[in-house]
Design a protein around this ligand. Structure first.
Ligand SMILES: Nc1ncnc2c1ncn2[C@@H]1O[C@H](COP(=O)(O)OP(=O)(O)OP(=O)(O)O)[C@@H](O)[C@H]1O
Ligand code: SF4
Ligand SMILES: [Mg+2]
Length: 319
């Protein structure tokens, strides 16, 4: 449905190019929830923007392929787009909830006007009152009261604003919703409510959700497949439960080992250090400086990105 093949995507001119997505191959299928995890700066948002075909604000594709194909279940018509042309599918086949999106809402405008103004033309059939009613019914189905439409953003809690944004992304019935950290900075109860709402939307629309979160607990709760990003690479991808049960890559193992366990006293020691800068990434394995299993070969040679199956690339010499 949407696939990156050896995609190189990043920022800056050729001579000082920062490849935040560096030679990444990933296929996102129909009707699934795919998670993208990894520490800050590893390229999660850039990967999501590449899947959105959002080559604005200095982001550009420097190599590989980005292809999308969507078939309308009703009419059987298929649309295919590549690279920046994916923008022709925005708010039609693909919706996007950007990182830090709570600030996306205009503080001076009531929620209903913002939603209606932002909708694509094809959704604006009928009278404004009818359209508002349809939106209200849709929000109601997701547990949001009609009164949120009458509110200014500052009158809503952070969690409520985020739920409104996710609902807007879903209202146009897209085949693919891309959500970047939609629950970050919210308390666990509100977080849970938003996650349940996203699952409900995905089940109802039978579409695909790609969810970026640095929080592995979020992925454990709702994703079907999980991709682990490290320093511009996807180092592991596979069924979420399988990854949690038996992580392959030393980075994934370290992330999972650092998760707090219920009933355990004290804090687990986190992963020491930081991912390398993408301005001049190290030769050899990018995780070598932090990997407890690193050997000389790891620092000297890039590990080949082994494809264990279509689902499971592992960028490690030894796995
Ligand atoms: N507009 C930009 N111009 C130049 N470099 C950028 C830009 N946006 C991001 N980068 C760089 O690209 C790399 C990946 O950034 P990205 O935002 O994709 O990471 P992330 O995994 O989403 O991080 P976070 O978890 O903090 O949101 C970082 O090194 C970052 O500094
Ligand atoms: S290639 Fe070496 S340093 Fe890299 S993850 Fe594997 S064992 Fe660790
Ligand atoms: Mg990000």
């Amino acid at each position: 449905m949407i696939a990156l093949e050896n995609a190189v995507v990043g920022y800056g001119p050729d001579k000082a190019f920062i490849a935040a997505v560096d030679d990444v191959t990933i296929t996102i299928g129909d009707n699934e929830i795919v998670g993208i995890a990894g520490e800050s700066g590893c390229g999660k948002s850039t990967l999501l923007r590449a899947l959105y075909g959002d080559f604005t604000h200095g982001l550009r594709q420097r190599g590989g392929e980005i292809n999308a194909r969507f078939t309308d279940a009703g009419t059987g018509t298929t649309v295919e787009k590549r690279g920046a042309n994916l923008s022709e599918l925005w708010w039609d086949q693909i919706s996007y909830v950007p990182q830090g999106s709570m600030s996306v809402l205009n503080p001076l405008m009531k929620v209903d006007k913002q939603i209606i103004d932002g909708l694509p033309k094809r959704e604006k059939h009928g009278s404004r009152a009818d359209l508002r009613k349809r939106i209200a019914n849709f929000l109601k189905g997701l547990g949001l009261e009609e009164s949120v439409l009458e509110a200014y953003p500052h009158q809503l809690s952070g969690g409520m604003r985020q739920r409104v944004l996710v609902a807007i992304a879903a209202f146009v019935n897209p085949r693919l919703i891309l959500a970047d950290e939609p629950t970050t900075a919210l308390d666990v109860v509100v977080q849970k409510r938003i996650l349940l709402m996203m699952v409900e939307i995905q089940r109802r629309l039978k579409n695909t959700l790609v969810l970026v979160s640095h929080d592995l607990g979020v992925h454990y709760q709702i994703t079907d497949r999980l991709a682990i990003a490290y320093a511009g690479k996807i180092v592991e991808i596979g069924p979420t439960q399988k990854i949690f049960a038996a992580p392959s890559h030393p980075y994934t193992q370290a992330l999972i080992a650092a998760l707090p366990r219920v009933g355990e006293k004290g804090q687990r020691s986190g992963l020491e250090g930081r991912p390398p800068s993408l301005v001049k990434p190290p030769q050899g394995c990018r995780f070598a400086a932090r990997c407890p299993e690193a050997q000389d070969i790891c620092r000297a040679q890039s590990p080949e990105l082994k494809m264990r199956s279509a689902d499971r690339p592992v960028a490690c010499h030894f796995r």
